[in-house]
Ligand binder design. Structure first.
Ligand SMILES: *Cc1c(COP(=O)(O)O)cnc(C)c1O
Length: 494
């Protein structure tokens, strides 16, 4: 299996190169040359297997230049019992008739990013070893809150790698900020950027394309890579849990082989829902992919009309990891639905950069709308959803997941389609204790984060994730703040 770039489909590369490079030199994103298929027989043979066994099987299809021993080692090192608080790794929980929640936040940083970022560093070191790479890898990451901590945890003290995380100053939750500011490790740096997530992500992408910086780094023995979902190595582990969700539904006799189900994904950079789309293309019988947004509803408009327009107000919401107006991974979907036309992608991405918008029509729009449905939730609707789910089902969800729940209700109302549905729960409610307590009790408690964790434990009857309760008393190690235009300097000073 080889990979090509969405902006240059001529240049074929093996997965190790793709993971090491993170992004293609001309700015495109790597995609597999053709998607492997899973037949119903393949799926039957995986029923009843463990998450780890499923991961080995799916990852091997995509990372065909990795030896099977290496893949097994990567999987075993990442999805360990002492790393994940559920032995199922990504368990399904039924909260009402025809609605399952897939809890993707049992990893060490309590958000779904761990599902990929616990294994990406192992892919990276395997690729470095097997390709005879003589440079050290310098990972640059932009985060809207959760990727940063998950990437820092994954890469801390990993030989041959260094990581710099940029996050929007005042653009992440109090707990997300604490998690990053207290990060330990000898190869890590954390910097706040005066700007929003889009500024931060654009800044990082510009550094990847800055030839002068690349050369300075090369002379010092470094090469850039990415831990954002632009890196294929982040997307492929996410395909695993959507396949696993269907196998779990089969194991529970909720569906018979071939019966369809819907998937709802709280969406920001479009990586998570794109992984579900790939699972569908591989043969998992997914009916609709329901894309849930917050007030930054650029994707809702795109799916409904075919017009992508980032020229709109940027809102800071209580689901900060979805506060994004430029969804990077949409580029991969555009490539697929436009019939893999790299020229077309270059012109759409130029239009987005220069005019702030683009439109798709015809066959591409038909493909988009036959696979996806989009909707959004306001802050008020998000808070009321947390409260209603808590009162009606005794289940406590975080604000991102609640956005998904609300949008699913909208979808059922508008379409009448009540197919069995899996809602991807992207974060633990303990990452956003203040807002979750406010939603449930109607009061904004004037307390510090530790007191809030205890209060939420009482309300939810859930255990506080250990890494979150352990932050208490950890020293703040990272206080750097830089201007948008000084991100290059911050990298060079590392
Ligand atoms: C990153 C994140 C999202 C958005 O996921 P994308 O793959 O960027 O679309 C949603 N919810 C939470 C909690 C996240 O951390």
């Amino acid at each position: 299996m080889k990979y090509l770039s969405t902006r240059n489909s001529k240049n074929l590369l093996p997965s190790m190169e793709v993971i090491k490079q993170g992004i293609s030199p001309e700015g495109g994103l790597f995609v597999p040359q053709d998607l492997p298929k899973l037949s119903f027989d393949d799926l039957s043979s995986m029923q009843g297997s463990s998450y780890q066994q499923r991961a080995v099987k799916i990852l091997s299809l995509f990372l065909s230049d990795f030896s099977s021993d290496d893949i097994e080692l990567c999987v075993k090192s990442a999805y360990r019992d002492d790393n994940f608080s559920s032995p199922k790794i990504a368990p399904l929980v039924k909260i009402e008739d025809k609605l399952y929640i897939q809890e993707l936040w049992h990893g060490p940083t309590s958000a779904f990013k761990d599902m990929a970022l616990q294994i990406l560093p192992h892919f990276m070191t395997t690729a470095i070893k097997n390709t005879g790479e003589d440079k050290e890898i310098l990972i640059l990451t932009a985060t809207s809150g959760d990727t940063g901590k998950a990437a820092l945890e994954g890469f801390k003290d990993v030989d041959g790698t260094h990581i710099i995380v940029f996050y929007p100053n005042n653009g992440v939750s109090a707990m997300q900020h604490l998690q990053m500011a207290t990060q330990e490790g000898g190869n890590v740096k954390v910097v706040a950027v005066e700007g929003n997530f889009d500024d931060t992500q654009t800044g990082v992408k510009n550094i990847f394309g800055n030839q002068a910086v690349i050369e300075i780094l090369a002379q010092k023995g470094f090469q850039f890579s990415s831990a954002n979902s632009i890196n294929w190595g982040r997307l492929v582990p996410q395909i695993v849990y959507y396949v696993s969700a269907y196998l779990d539904l089969l194991d529970k006799n909720e569906v018979s082989m071939g019966d369809p189900f819907n998937i709802v994904v709280p969406t920001g950079n479009f990586g998570n829902i794109l992984a579900a789309y790939y699972a569908k293309c591989m043969g998992i019988p997914i009916n609709k992919l329901i894309c849930a947004s917050n007030d930054n509803n650029v994707l809702t408009e795109f799916i409904k009309t075919g017009r992508y327009d980032r020229k709109r107000e940027f809102y800071k919401t209580i689901s900060p990891s979805m506060d994004i107006l430029i969804s990077s991974n949409l580029e991969r979907l555009l490539f697929e639905i436009s019939g893999r036309d790299d020229k077309k992608i270059i012109s759409l991405m130029n239009a987005l950069r220069e005019k702030g918008e683009y439109s798709i029509e015809g066959e591409s729009l038909v493909r988009l709308q036959s696979n996806f449905w989009g909707g959004w939730a306001s802050t008020k609707e998000t808070l009321s959803t947390i409260k209603n789910v808590y009162n009606n089902f005794g289940y406590t969800m975080d604000p991102h997941t609640a956005v998904g729940k609300w949008v699913h209700e909208l979808y059922v109302k508008e379409t009448g389609d009540d197919t069995l549905t899996v809602l991807a729960s992207t974060a633990s409610p303990f990452k956003f204790p203040g807002d979750v307590i406010r939603a449930i009790t109607g009061k904004s408690p004037d307390k510090n984060e530790w007191e809030l964790l205890d209060d939420l434990k009482e309300l939810s009857n859930m255990e506080i994730p250990k890494p979150l309760s352990n932050i208490t008393g950890k020293p703040v190690l990272h206080k750097d703040v830089c201007k948008k235009e000084d991100m290059v300097k911050a990298v060079l000073s590392y």
